[in-house]
Design a binder for this molecule. Structure first.
Ligand code: NAD
Ligand code: UDP
Length: 325
């Protein structure tokens, strides 16, 4: 490693943020983890609290903050549909007011700043697989819009701070990522299916299960994000980071049943509004610019995730904060 940095990770106590903090602390950087704990809890970073190069701040990015840092990973935003639809106005505020505040810190400090964007900017895609050049098919009025449109505005703000103010930015579009430290009650498909299979409950398939997703294991994702942050200034993105292996939701359910050895049944439930019918990243750009591609197959990553779910005490996890404003 060439240089030790002071690094801010917003949303640093979350599923992906906590793994990024862990990796940066291991690499010797001074890491500030900032989180309002809306969808996470301190236990995700408890093992880092005793490290001299780790600091934890409870703060909400929709409010200004003054810190001196060299790099920022902006991971703060509820990510699971149930979490981001819980208080949709707050979700949009996080991606708009929060992002303005984060970009303000970057501008004042001359810090490099990375935005955790999402495959949701492609909406229900008419182009398959999705390259970064595709502008997407998002319903601006539906229940997913608070997240999808928020993340699209966040990308716009990043590009405009870059063009107008010379802020050194990076944008990554993350596709469905799973692994240990997912919130067991976040309602995402991987956490739901594993939790249900381990508890001997029926597995809930929304719709007929023919919709597809491409699942990336968290270690591959963290490596891709850090390579993007560390890459030469000329490449700001956006870049897709995800695993191009594409599975139907029914195939995922069958694999979870096989790997858990569970005897549970599949039950069909109504398909949520605007649920994308298919999703697969075109990762040519990540391969070319970052020399990155995922290494962990779904079967292997799911087994590790199942082992973690079997080891945790689910009573330690709570739903999003009530009356959250
Ligand atoms: P997560 O919910 O576990 O983590 C998000 C973290 O941000 C949580 O710790 C939460 O408490 C915090 N947070 C939310 N609003 C905040 C605010 N206003 N101020 C401060 N902290 C706030 O979700 P995750 O899966 O780790 O996602 C991290 C980032 O990656 C998100 O920005 C998400 O949109 C993006 N992303 C994730 C995925 C995925 O599959 N996991 C896919 C696409 C994009
Ligand atoms: N899904 C499902 N059963 C569940 C949870 C989700 O069939 O218990 C489906 C959901 O309708 C979607 C896919 O799984 O088609 C992925 O959902 P998730 O919430 O994980 O993420 P998304 O990619 O939709 O944001």
């Amino acid at each position: 490693m060439s240089q030790l940095n002071r690094i801010l990770v917003t949303g640093g106590a979350g599923f992906l943020g906590s793994h990024i903090c862990e990796r940066l602390v291991e690499d010797g950087h001074d890491v500030i983890c900032l989180d309002n704990f809306f969808t996470s809890q301190k236990t995700n970073v408890a093992h880092l609290l005793s490290k001299p190069n780790f600091e934890l701040i409870r703060h909400d990015i929709t409010l200004p903050i003054f810190l001196e840092v060299d790099e920022i990973y902006n991971m703060a935003c509820p990510a699971a549909p149930g979490h981001y639809q819980y208080n949709p106005i707050k979700t949009t505020k996080t991606s708009v007011m929060g992002v303005v505040n984060v970009l303000g810190v970057a501008k004042r400090c001359g810090a490099k700043v990375l935005q955790a964007s999402t495959s949701e900017v492609y909406g229900n895609p008419e182009v398959h697989p999705q390259p970064e050049s595709y502008h997407g098919n998002v319903n601006p009025l539906g229940p997913r819009a608070c997240y999808d449109e928020g993340k699209r505005v966040a990308e716009t703000l990043f590009m405009d701070y870059h063009r107008s103010n010379g802020v050194d930015i990076r944008i990554v579009r993350i596709f469905n990522t799973y692994g240990p430290r997912m919130h067991p009650y976040d309602g995402r498909v991987v956490s739901n299916f594993i939790r249900q299979a381990l508890a001997g409950e029926d597995i809930t398939i929304f719709g007929d299960g023919s919709q597809t997703r491409s699942f990336c294991y968290r270690d591959d994702l963290v490596e891709g994000i850090i390579r993007m942050m560390d890459n030469d200034k000329a490449f700001v993105g956006p870049v897709n980071i995800g695993n191009p292996g594409e599975f139907t939701i029914r195939e995922l359910a069958e694999l979870v049943i096989e790997l858990t050895g569970s005897k549970v049944k599949l039950v069909e439930m109504p398909l949520p509004a605007d649920d994308p019918a298919r999703r697969r990243p075109d990762i040519s750009l990540a391969k070319e610019k970052l020399d990155w591609e995922p290494k962990i197959a779904l079967r292997e990553g799911l087994q590790k995730t199942i082992n973690w779910f079997a080891s945790i005490n689910k009573a330690h996890y709570r739903p999003p904060t009530p009356n959250f404003t």
